[in-house]
Design a protein. Structure first.
Length: 383
């Protein structure tokens, strides 16, 4: 989920400086101490917040999704290195593949992280279980940039535990060269004309959501019969389904190996760069929306440095770098109002109000419901 963020001259500068820097760049997902040279471009960033060296030499442990922060590749600004350059605070950066993997790691104990970026429903769960520290947003000078529509959301109604980072919606990706007409409904995923050309999510919550949305159900229903009906709908789909996928969707859709798949709008933009026949639509029945937000776990041992890091991520120029790199919608008004932001008018990330789809958030449903649909999922997979 990357795009070019700098001109060729900046790449030249980076290559030149690399001669006097370390032989190897720290790898994403591997803990690292950052003490290397920086390009002129980083030095020219104008910061609005006040950053001191009072905590220089200390470390914060950041636990984030993979590919979810600019790291210096493909001409992007290495955000973590820039923070270390500015404050002297080192960053130990590791990644996770799912909210559940992150949750299990923290729940198991024995680890201490200062920054995590979970999704809405997981924040709701962790808050209820006392796994998060409060974030004093009044002390974040850049919190003013968070758009009002992303404040006071159901998972953090008083804005006490989280700061929005990225926003996304799930829609329908289709290959216009492989289907007969533009779809407008999730029902196309049960259309027998596209036998063996349909993909679906390879995880229960998202796969069930496709069926639930098509059937007009609440994504967080406590009615077990609704989950049973959705499971039957997914079993019905199995007869024409090519496969369940996650990351494999990129190769399959880009290479024209499948015609239809549900996935995230930001990732669609990357796929379309590699296959212009791909198009995207938000089905009329509605879609799932998510907000990933920055939180401080209860186990944090460097709270003040973590707060400084959050404010740094909210710097207008830093937030712009993040938005260009991850290609999801930004909740930051300094980004969406910036004329230099290449995606500011993108109809899929920022649909006009009159075209905005009906949306539903995932919430942290009770454990007994979660265990029930996970058992149904196994039945669907074996069907």
């Amino acid at each position: 989920m990357k795009i070019k963020a700098f001109a060729a001259i900046v790449l030249t500068l980076i290559l030149a400086f690399s001669l006097c820097a370390c032989n190897e760049e720290p790898q994403r997902g591997v803990g690292m101490d950052v003490e290397i040279d920086f390009s002129e471009d980083e030095a020219e960033i104008e910061y609005e917040g006040n950053y001191t060296k009072e905590l220089a030499g200390t470390t914060i442990n950041v636990f984030n999704w993979g590919e979810y922060i600019p790291d210096g590749t493909e001409g992007s600004l290495d955000i973590n290195k820039a923070f270390t350059k500015l404050t002297g605070i080192k960053i130990n950066y590791t990644t996770y593949e799912s909210n559940e993997a992150m949750y299990s790691k923290l729940k198991g104990g024995g680890v201490s992280y200062d920054i995590i970026i979970p999704s809405d429903y997981m924040i709701e769960r962790m808050k209820k279980e006392g796994m998060l520290k409060k974030v004093d947003t009044s002390s974040l000078s850049n919190y003013k940039y968070i758009a009002d529509r992303y404040k006071n959301l159901y998972f953090d109604e008083k804005n006490e535990y989280s700061v929005p980072y990225c926003v996304g919606m799930v829609g329908l990706i289709y290959n216009s060269a492989m289907i007969d007409e533009k779809p407008d409904s999730w029902g196309v995923m049960w259309d027998e004309r596209y036998n063996d050309d349909i993909l679906n999510f390879n995880n229960p919550r998202d796969a069930f959501a496709v069926a639930q949305l098509y059937m007009g159900y609440n994504l967080n229903s406590s009615d077990l019969s609704k989950w049973d009906s959705a499971a039957e709908k997914l079993k019905e789909q199995k007869t024409i389904l090519q496969s369940y996928v996650m990351d494999e969707i990129f190769q399959k859709m880009e290479d024209g190996e499948a015609a239809i798949a549900p996935y995230y709008a930001g990732d669609f933009l990357l796929m379309k760069d590699n296959n212009p026949d791909l198009e995207f639509v938000y089905p009329k029945e509605g879609v799932n929306i998510f907000v990933d937000s920055i939180c401080i776990p209860k186990s944090s041992k460097n709270y003040e440095a973590a707060m400084m890091y959050i404010n740094f991520l909210l710097e207008p120029e830093i937030a712009l770098e993040i938005a260009e790199y991850v290609m999801y919608a930004s909740p930051h008004t300094g980004v969406t109002g910036n004329e230099d932001y290449s995606l500011r008018d993108n109809e899929y990330l920022y649909p006009a109000e009159e075209n905005y789809p009906k949306v539903q958030y995932f919430s942290d449903i009770p454990e007994e419901i979660r265990l029930y649909y996970e058992r149904l999922w196994e039945e669907v997979k074996l069907h």
